[in-house]
Design a protein around this ligand. Structure first.
Ligand code: SAH
Ligand code: MG
Length: 197
């Protein structure tokens, strides 16, 4: 992969204020996947494709990523970025609202990365669980949302998002099929591994 190009994509995204995956979050995901590289990845929230490009390095040979994005400009930029880096054959973008697209998918994924509308995390979780392979892992980014999720201050504008992120944490923690850790890397990362039963 053209590392210099990846670096350029990252710099441009940061300049454009696109909330791309943070370095320490990515490192943590790499560490977790290393012993057991995924064959298939589902990402919810492509933006300009930075995280998908990084994840494509973590796939098994012949592996594949499906990613979902609803904003036209970002989709076009992501497609170009995939071509520029030479990963366009490994990554497919579903174009549209994940809330509508997810229920139409019927595949299995070894890893799901949830990184879109925070108010929809519980819905994304249910869809992810439906398609998660055994031994699969679900990551939810921004799960601590700048500290709002763990504080009792509840009067900010993002109240719906916070309520839904808390609901997500409750569901993954209480689900007997999952082993969950909430990591304080980046903006918070929930890691939920499917238990081997
Ligand atoms: N994963 C990217 C960053 C994603 S930012 C990275 O780390 O590089 C979140 C993206 O999710 C935004 O581009 C936003 O347009 C998209 N998004 C938010 N809600 C969505 C939804 N319901 N369906 C599809 N895309 C959504
Ligand atoms: Mg994020």
């Amino acid at each position: 992969m053209l590392q210099k190009k990846v670096e350029e994509i990252k710099e441009k995204a940061l300049k454009d204020h696109i909330p791309i995956i943070m370095d320490d979050t990515l490192k943590e995901i790499e560490k977790i996947l290393k012993p057991n590289p995924p064959r298939t990845i589902l990402e919810i929230g492509t933006a300009v494709g930075y995280s998908a490009i990084c994840f494509s390095n973590l796939l098994q040979d012949g592996g594949h990523i499906d990613t979902i994005e609803r904003e036209k400009d970002r989709i076009e930029e992501a497609k170009q970025n995939f071509i520029d880096v030479g990963v366009e054959n490994k990554i497919y973008i579903y174009e549209g609202d994940a809330v509508e697209i997810l229920p139409t998918l019927d595949k299995t994924y070894d890893m799901v990365f949830i990184d879109a509308a925070k108010g929809k995390y519980p819905f994304f979780l249910n869809q992810a669980l439906r398609m998660l392979s055994k031994n699969g892992v679900i990551f939810a980014d921004n799960i601590l949302y700048k500290g709002y999720v763990m504080s009792d201050y509840n009067k900010h504008k993002q109240r719906t998002a916070v309520r839904n992120l808390r609901e997500y944490i409750k569901e993954v923690t209480e689900n007997p099929e999952l082993e969950t850790e909430i990591l304080e890397v980046g903006d918070g990362l929930a890691v939920s591994k499917k238990k081997v039963m």
